[in-house]
Design a protein around this ligand. Structure first.
Ligand code: GDP
Ligand code: MG
Length: 163
């Protein structure tokens, strides 16, 4: 079977953006009717004959920015259940937030490799701000920007190395 790579993180860090960016797709999330949640989006990604299935399991537009909603918990639990590698997305512009720690807490005991994807490092000078996420004590740290297309190849390489 194709290895699975799941994207987790608190709301608004850019999980769906990372999904679209790695998939080179404009749109992963379409028609968002209120109250309707699709469980997951998946896409097959290939790099140098290595395939993996990327999974964005975030709630579609129903994530609550202040709380880890049941959607986000389910997303993390699904990652725990089925992923071979976990992408834990955080936001260098907001910095470390209590909800990031909550996500890490839910990942405790999970032995699958975790990659800490510090997103929104739109400019090189912002890379340094990712250092504070080392406090989370979890995962190989890599800075990226989906909007500025920074470090996409590096991220794919880090993923493939862990499959
Ligand atoms: P999700 O809730 O974690 O799935 O986050 P989204 O992918 O929906 O993105 C949340 C917001 O962050 C959107 O307004 C995105 O445009 C923005 N965003 C995503 N990636 C970046 C980035 O690399 N830089 C900046 N500045 N904004 C980003
Ligand atoms: Mg999303």
């Amino acid at each position: 079977p194709v290895p699975q790579v799941a994207i987790v993180g608190r709301p608004n860090v850019g999980k769906s953006s990372v999904f679209n960016w790695l998939a080179r797709r404009r749109l992963a999330i379409v028609d968002n009717f209120e109250g309707v949640t699709r469980d997951r989006m998946t896409t097959l990604i290939e790099s140098d004959d290595q395939f993996f299935e990327l999974v964005d399991t975030g709630g579609m537009g129903v994530e609550d920015a202040d709380d880890l909603t049941s959607d986000v918990r389910r997303q993390i639990d699904m990652a725990i259940a089925s992923a071979d590698v976990i992408l834990l997305v955080v936001d260098v512009q907001t910095g470390l937030m209590p909800l990031d720690e909550e996500v890490v807490e839910r990942l405790r005991g999970v032995e699958r490799p975790v990659i800490l994807v510090a997103n929104k490092a739109d400019q090189e000078h912002q890379d340094i701000h990712a250092d504070e996420f080392r406090k989370l004590g979890r995962g190989h740290l890599i800075t990226v920007s989906t909007t500025q297309n920074r470090h996409r190849d590096d991220l794919i390489q880090v993923i493939v190395d862990r499959l």
